[in-house]
Every structure is written in structure tokens, then in C-alpha cells.
Design a protein around this ligand. Sequence first.
Ligand code: GCV
Length: 673
Amino acid sequence: MRKSFILTVLAGAALLSACNRPVPVAQDGTDLWLAASRPYSEVLASVQADIDPALPAEAFHIYDADGQRHVAAGSEAGLRYGVYALQRAEALGQAGPGMDLQEQPFYDLRLLNHWDNLDDTVERGYAGESMWEWTSPAIPEARIRQYGELCASVGLNGAVLNNVNSNPLILDAEHIARVAKIADILREYGIKTYLSIKWTSPIALNGLKSGDPLDPKVRKWWKDKAAEIYAAIPDFGGFLVKANSEGQAGPQDYGRTHADGANMLGEAVAPYGGIVMWRAFVYSPTSPDRANQAVEEFLPLDGKFADNVIVQIKNGPVDFQPREPFSPLFGKLKDTKMMMEFQVTQEYLGFSNHLAYLGTMWEECLKSDTYRDGPGTPVSKTINAIAGVANTGRDPNLCGYVFAQANWYAFGRLAWNPELCAEQIADEWIRQTFLKPEGMSDKAFTAKFVEPVLDIMMNSREAVVNYEMPVGLHHLFGGTHYGPAPWDRLGRPDWTPAYYHKADSAGIGFDRTREGSDNVDQYNEPLASTFNDLATCPENLILWFHHLPWDYRLSSGRTVWEEICLHYDTGIYQVETFRRTWAGLKPYVAPALWEEANKKLEIQQHDAEWWRDANVGYFQRINGLPLPSDVRPLDTPIDSLIYRQVQSDRLGMPIHDENNRPVILAPRFRRPM
Ligand code: GCV
């Protein structure tokens, strides 16, 4: 009797706990961060929506009055942003009675730049082929609508459809007609369409003899082309230009300046209200320091650009590295409109294989003080507009990895308000993307799922810095920009890691002090002296600005060599921790999403080990020093890694074997170290 009573109680308890066990909601990541929201049309139908001309055009005000929820806005665009803000607030549980939220965007121009080619490949794209499907007869309307909605939901209002390494054919009649169809769809979501142009288009398309921006025939060609585009797309946004950079032609080929070129295009689109975004990503192979060149070329042109020209500048002075200081141009140009260029696609942070939340990186940059107008002049306030190189493609989830979607979301949110903090944005994203399991309270979901995921995301970028290139090291990549190649020193010097790390038996690092390339003096004081002085230079940038002996002691008391080894080891440890955390989250996540991240985190760990083995092993060959006793031994001897690269597929994605380890190819020929 007693025994059967105990059994009954135990069975009851088991049943109860089974009932209380959270049941993950099936989802596959194709709804991105709109997964947890009511449809836009439903939210719109539930409010009293009014245009209030007293409000700025893109501003909105959500409030409750007369027993009704209102959304007032300065224009249709503002109304759309207001309804999306309400949709987000609902999903986040912040839309209770008495809600009162007024916002307007910080920048007027908030764009994505797509590096999509007309053959449907995507430069540095890791989510499949071009989402615009240039080579198909039909326009992929459903995908474009989904994209439009996602962009509008975070306040983005412009898209440059094609690669800055542009194909002149984008401006032929056939492509203009196709772009017009895409623009017609995007317009419904408040997104203006822009195009990247090739400087030599008049030559390629119509056989002009020159591309000289002061040549009347060239000027007329661009004016006529602008008229043709605006006839098809009346609200066309304008042009994005990569000129005199990485083999692309430009006005300098005709003895003219960037300002001459940009202003000529500016004049062509000005009658229609168009703009020109002129990139400052320029560097020649002969200069002693690539990091100096944008300031050298653009500072003398300050104040010479037309009103509708804006100079688009990458966040760092080299090229989207896992950590760079901000580009000194942001603190130097005073009479030129500037636009930030962030890279949402993870060209240097593990493609769509690594979990690397970039909100923290962008926050670091936007909040950096340039001292341009005295203390308290952060980058966010010296720029007038913002662009991000998109990470979208034809993959069903649009980004190639659920965690890569977070970077698109974060970019949009920071473009709307650069004063938001990365942690809040990540928290919002998690709650909107991952559906709360049935039978789980908000409180339990926050504690058991949201907080651990937030912890992974907030540490993820620093983990990449640690296992790829810590303490200010940079550009240690092989040609694919995925894996390590510190040994590479053949070819154009500023495309090789050896140019950047300058490691020899005595030390490592790029001397950008006053004794070296004097890059430090491109920053305003007190930053210039802070970076120049070893005692004050931030240690996470120390080898960016200083060449140091291997045995130089950092603030930890460890030598440079010991710190390098420790950081690589820590990076791996961090990814191991992410994996453990994610393993414990299985009960709360839809199997498809859990499996995806589980596999990718394993890849990330193996890649991190490869990075550590290649770099530490290579530097050890150079300095002959033993590993510090408190780091783990290397897994793979350097002899099996040196001169080798990962195998890539047709679209440039690295190949991993059945154990999720990178497939490293044997060298085709032997090269000198
Ligand atoms: C679009 C880096 C990338 C190139 C890119 C270039 C740019 O060099 O590796 O793929 O080209 O930047 O931003 O123009």
C-alpha cells in the first residue's frame, strides 16, 4: 500500500515536470527578427494613425489618448517607422497602456550597400548568390518585399543595389529598366534606390575617348545618363563611387582630383535632388603606411566638394579589421560631409560561419572621441550619414546564419540612433528572433535563454579579436580573408600580412608613432600623444601603433610574446565556453536553429584553433621563444600549416570536413619566409 502510494506520487511528479518542461516553438530563421511580432498591417489597423505636419518628416509619436492608441508622424515615412516601433515594443513587452514614445532618426541617410555583381556572385557575400537575381528573367518580388519590410522595420531608407567594383552594364537601358522595377517595390517600404557606377562607363558603354571629369563630352554623357535614370526612377537616390582604388579607374587617371570627379557627378544628379557618395577607401602600393593615405588624399580637398557630395569613409583606416582605431579622417574633415561605412558582412570576422556580434565594434567606433571640435566630439557626431555593406543573399534565412542576422538588425538600429548601446540592441534582437517556448514564463525565458545568449553575443567580437589578431595586430589574413597567413610576404606589400605585423627576431608591430609613419599625428590631440606614448596607448591597439621587442612588458607584467600567446588561447577558451552555453540551451530553441548554431560554433572553435596554431607557431619560428607555461600546447605543428590555405567553394565559402574542421590545402609551391 505504502509502496504504491510512493510510486503514484513519483509518477505524478514526473508527469508534472514533463508538463512544465518548455516546448520549443518550431521555427527556421526565415522570419528573422520579425518572428515574434504581429504583422505590420495588423498593428497599423489597431491604431489611430495621423500625419502631423508639426513633426519632422521621419519623426513619430506613439501615445494613448481617449481610450485609443495613436501614432502621429510627420509623413508617411514617419508613420511607417512609428508602426514598426510599436510592433517592436509589443514584441518586447513594452507597449502597455500609457505608452508614450517619440523618436526621429539621427541621420537622414541610412543605407545598405550591396556588393552584388551582375553575374549574381556577391563580393564578400556569405549568404548565397545575389538576392536581386540579376540573371533571372523575373524580379524576385517576394524576397525584395521581405527585405523592404526588414529594412523599414529598423529604419533603413536606402539601398545601393550593386557592387562598388561596378560593372558598367548596370547603366545600360536593360539594367536601368530592371532597377526601376526593383525601385518600385522598395519605394513601398520607404527605401530609395542607388547604384554604384564605374568611372569608365562613358568609355565602355558609348565609346568616349576619355573619362576626364573636366571634358565637356564626359560631363554631358553623365548628365544625359542621369536624365535617363531619373526618367525611369524619379526618386533615384544617386551614385556610390569607388574611384582610383584597387585598380578601379578615376579622375586621377586624367590628372584631376577626387573633388573634380565627385562634383562632376554631383552636377549631373543635382537637378533631380540626387547625391554622390564618394568613397575614401584609397591607397597606393608605394606608400609606407596604408593607414595614412586617406587623410593624405582627402584633407587637402576639405571644403572643395559640392553640397550634394558626401565622402564615405570605412570605420577604420585600413579595412574592416576585427579591431582598428577609428579612421582619422572623421576627426580631420571639417567642411566636407562625411558618411560612415561599416561592414555588416563578416569579411574579416569568420564570414557567416563565426558568431561575431558587431554591435559592440560599431558602438566602440561611433562613441570614440575625435576631439575635432574639442572634447566630446564622437565619431557619431562628425558624420552626417551612415552606410553598411550588406550581408544578405539568396539563402532562405537571407544572411547565412541566424546570428549574422543580428548584425543587419544592429546596423539598422544604430543607423537610426547611434547612441543606443550594443547590449540593448542584442537583447531586443534575441527576444524578437527566438520564440519563447510554450509553457515558459517571460522571467524564466529571460534568465534561462536571453541572458546566456546575450552573454555569448556581447563577448563574441572580442573572442574573434583574441583568436585572430590580438593586441593591435591586424590583417594577418590569407587571400580569402577567412584564415591565417602571417607568413605571406609575396606580391603587393600592403596586401600581405608581413607588411602589417613586421615581425622579426627582435620584435613585432607597426611603428605608427612619430618615430615611424607618424600616423598618430593624423589624430587630434590629446589622442595623437596618447597613441604615440607607449605608457598611454591602449593595449588593445598597442601593436597597431608600436613596434615592440618580444620581451617588452605590458601592464599585466607579461611580455608582448606572452600576451600574444595568452590572447590566442583565451579566444579558443571563449568559443569553447560559447559552445558549452549553447549546448545547455537546447531545450529552449527550435531544433533547426539549435543545430545550425551548434554546428557553426564547432566550426568556429576549430577555426580558432587553426588561427592560434598558425600565428603562434609562425611567430615562434621567428622569435624562437617557448610557449608560456600557462597556455595550452599547439595542436598542429606549423610545418603542416605554413603556406597553406583553406579550400573554398565556388562562392568563396570555406569548406569544412565531416568533423567541421577546415580543409587546409597543401601549398602549390614553396615560398621563402
Ligand atoms: C569591394 C577590400 C575587400 C574588397 C572590397 C574593397 C572595397 O579590399 O577585400 O573585396 O571590394 O575592400 O571596399 O572596395
